[in-house]
Design a protein around this ligand. Structure first.
Ligand code: DC
Length: 245
């Protein structure tokens, strides 16, 4: 992976072949949708690393492994043949032959995913996996919590999306209401705060603003406005990267 994430532009990094854009930030900033739309506009591929942590949580739940048992969950993840189907947009996530895009969005996964994502052995497996994916798909918009800080610290453009926690809760409530779910607003807000706390205080790959990242506060912006800003930044920073016009 050093070949790509490690090669700075100034050392003849060939951005027409290798181009990683990272987007990190807490839940409820619209990261996933923004990353997918940005990738489409620029003609890059899209990697949702949160889906990989969710799939690890699903594996723990279904195989009845204690989510705090990092080594056991990591071993099960290693054996799971986790991979994306790159022929669809966004890419489908599979465990072996089985698409898990639905099950990874379930309540039980949401309940344990922060615990699973805090385990060092699991992060090691998934970080390595993400770098391997980037070797095979070197023109990528990748989103998560540690993409610009740990996984691809030398990516030529790195973003950090943020928003007020109350606005993030409002978005989550609207999303749940659209899905027809009964919504307890206090629970949503406290759930978000708890997830933020776990994600940003874990010792391994915590949610931080990567040094040198472009910070975008999305509180008062629509998704398209966020995508517009990010697109403008990438095109300005990388005029010769062979981006989709
Ligand atoms: O973005 P999301 O809500 O789908 O992420 C699910 C969980 O995985 C969340 O608790 C944060 C964690 N995660 C992580 O620790 N590192 C990443 N690169 C991506 C997600």
């Amino acid at each position: 992976m050093a070949k790509m994430s490690g090669a700075p532009v100034s050392e003849g990094h060939d951005e027409r072949r290798f181009l990683i854009v990272t987007i990190d930030g807490p839940a409820g900033t619209g990261k996933s949708t923004v990353a997918h739309r940005l990738a489409d506009r620029l003609g890059l591929q899209f990697l949702d690393t949160g889906a990989m942590y969710r799939a690890a949580a699903l594996i723990a739940v279904e195989q009845e492994i204690d989510p705090e048992n990092g080594p056991a969950v990591a071993e099960a993840v290693r054996r799971s043949e986790m991979h994306f189907d790159w022929t669809t947009s966004p890419p489908r996530l599979l465990l072996g032959e089985r698409c898990v895009d639905g099950p990874i969005r379930g309540d039980e996964v949401a309940r344990v995913v922060s615990i699973v994502a805090a385990q060092k052995p699991i992060r090691e497996v998934l970080v390595q996996h993400q770098r391997r994916i980037a070797d095979a798909h070197p023109r990528l918009v990748t989103e998560g919590r540690d993409q610009g800080s740990v996984v691809f610290p030398d990516a030529p453009v790195r973003f950090y999306l943020d928003a007020d926690v109350s606005e993030r809760a409002r978005r989550r409530i609207a999303q749940l209401a659209r899905g027809g779910a009964a919504v307890d607003e206090t629970k949503v807000l406290s759930g978000l705060r708890e997830r933020d706390r776990i994600d940003s205080t874990r010792p391994d790959g915590p949610l931080i603003r990567p040094h040198g990242a472009i910070v975008v506060d999305t509180t008062d912006l629509t998704l398209d406005e966020v995508v517009d800003r990010l697109e403008e930044h990438v095109r300005t920073e990388l005029p010769d990267a062979g981006l989709r016009p």
